[in-house]
Write a protein that binds this ligand. Structure first.
Ligand SMILES: *Cc1c(COP(=O)(O)O)cnc(C)c1O
Length: 471
């Protein structure tokens, strides 16, 4: 493709994206496709001769788009949001255009320094400790793995990196922790057997006394408590683990405190929510995802550490071919994570932070929280529905329960209800289990979701529940 055609197609593609976002409500949020439906439409072998971009673009529109789940749809209430924004999309285009690989300072000085700048800005915006240092990772899963690896090295005095795992190291998470903690613990060599799933209180937050009790028991058995992975905003219900108590316990037991705030992190920008983050200064590491609720298209996960020296000592490698003249004066982010090659993720985040500004971001978050409160009230006022967990932000856990059905029948009803709601194609919700009960999750946080969308969703939910009840 020559430069002239690139321009022409570039404008066309931007037009397509703009139209897609404008008209996104014409698509079903979740495509009505079955496994294999998409794959079957492709030829078995790659083309021998290059094809024209028009043809490829036609197939994109004909095959790919109808087979996509539309995360930017305002009827998106599933999982958590994964917002983009026009600003972030355009920045991503620039990133792709430059095609830089940002492994060390010398391979892209501006990318490295901008990453320092945006993570510093986030510290101010979110009122995080000023002595923390930040790095952008692909996902929270990776950041949590980094935390567990660093904790392992810190506790073992960097012995595991040298000799491999000798002895047994243990991890503490709540029963509500995200699966990435388990995955990280497995990858980091702790072993699933050495993860302690601590019970939660009536708000689904970890019970700190039980954490300490488990640690002491483990020590008595000759095991080495290594890290607590606490969650601010659990995936199932948005519960907040109490960091003040956990921080004290971790200090007493000389254990690492990692805080996973993948979804809820941005709420730290709001004064009225600061109580939820109390004790965060005790954390050794902290992760949150701008790619969830902060308008920055996937992927972009920000990882902060109290002592970067521990992270880089855990991760650093120093082959001759990667040495540069500036290594003493600059940050080489290759030593701040798992991968060597790195994307330029700071650019889109910088565009977002500048375009919205602190007040724009706060207003954006507050609107979703307001809609969450509104939906909570609708549920609470309806005799046929009940709220199943405290809703601090935009995530509301609820279910149908008119007091007639019980136990498995009630679960079955709600499962069927969810299927029917989603089959309408206008909205998309997902479920979870809380204390073994089937619960619907309404996660409000899509950029284009308005009050009207929330009311419409509530109407659909009630309609489907009534139809199902009358059956
Ligand atoms: C979404 C989520 C994760 C996983 O995030 P990735 O960036 O996809 O790895 C981890 N923890 C919590 C609490 C989450 O909500």
């Amino acid at each position: 493709m020559d430069s002239k055609e690139f321009r022409k197609k570039g404008y066309e593609f931007v037009d397509w994206v703009a139209e897609y976002l404008e008209e996104i409500e014409k698509y079903p949020v979740k495509p009505p496709v079955r496994p294999g439906d998409i794959k079957n439409q492709f030829p078995e072998s790659p083309p021998e001769k290059g094809e024209r971009i028009e043809e490829i673009f036609e197939d994109f529109k004909r095959i790919i788009v109808p087979g996509m789940t539309h995360w930017q749809h305002p009827g998106w209430f599933a999982y958590f949001p994964a917002n983009n924004s026009p600003e972030s999309i355009l920045a991503e285009l620039l990133t792709a255009g430059m095609g830089a690989q940002c492994m060390v300072w010398a391979t892209s000085p501006a990318a490295t320094e901008l990453e320092e700048v945006v993570t510093e800005w986030l510290k101010q915006l979110m009122d995080l400790p000023r002595n923390w240092a930040g790095v952008i990772q692909d996902t929270a899963s990776t950041a949590t793995l980094c935390a567990l690896l660093t904790a392992r090295e810190w506790v073992s005095d960097f012995e595991v990196n040298e000799k491999g795992m000798v002895g047994k190291y243990t991890i503490y998470v709540s029963q509500e922790a995200h699966s990435s903690a388990e995955k990280g613990a497995k990858i980091a060599g702790f072993g699933r057997e050495n993860i302690r799933y601590i019970s939660t209180d009536d708000r689904f937050a970890i019970i700190p006394e039980e954490v300490e009790r488990a640690m002491i028991e483990d020590q008595e058995r000759g095991l080495r408590p290594t890290a607590v992975v606490a969650t601010l905003g659990t995936t199932s219900s948005g519960a907040f683990d109490p960091l003040e108590e956990l921080g004290k316990i971790c200090q007493r037991q000389r254990t690492w405190l990692h805080v996973d705030a993948a979804y809820a992190g941005p709420a730290a920008m709001l004064k009225e929510k600061s109580h939820l983050f109390r004790g965060l200064e005790n954390a050794d590491s902290f992760v949150f995802n701008p790619h969830k609720w902060l308008l920055t298209n996937f992927d972009c996960s920000v990882y902060f550490v109290k002592d970067p020296e521990l992270l880089t000592r855990t991760m650093s490698i120093d082959p001759e071919y990667l040495k540069t003249a500036h290594d003493q004066e600059v940050k080489n982010y290759r030593d701040w994570g798992i991968q060597l090659g790195r994307r330029f993720r700071a650019l889109k985040l910088w565009f977002v932070l500048r375009s919205y500004g602190a007040s724009g971001l706060r207003a954006f978050l507050r609107e979703h929280i307001r809609l969450g409160e509104l939906f909570t009230n609708l549920v609470e006022e309806h005799p046929g529905f009940e709220l199943m967990a405290p809703a601090e932000l935009g995530l509301v856990c609820f279910r149908f329960n008119d007091g007639v059905l019980e136990g498995e029948k009630l679960d079955e009803f709600n499962r069927e209800l969810l299927g029917r709601i989603n089959a309408r194609g206008e909205i998309f919700l997902t479920h979870t289990l809380l204390r073994e009960e089937f619960i619907l999750r309404m996660a409000i946080g899509q950029r284009k979701t308005t009050e009207d969308h929330v009311h419409r969703a509530w109407q659909l939910i009630q309609e489907e529940a009534e139809k199902l009840r009358e059956r």
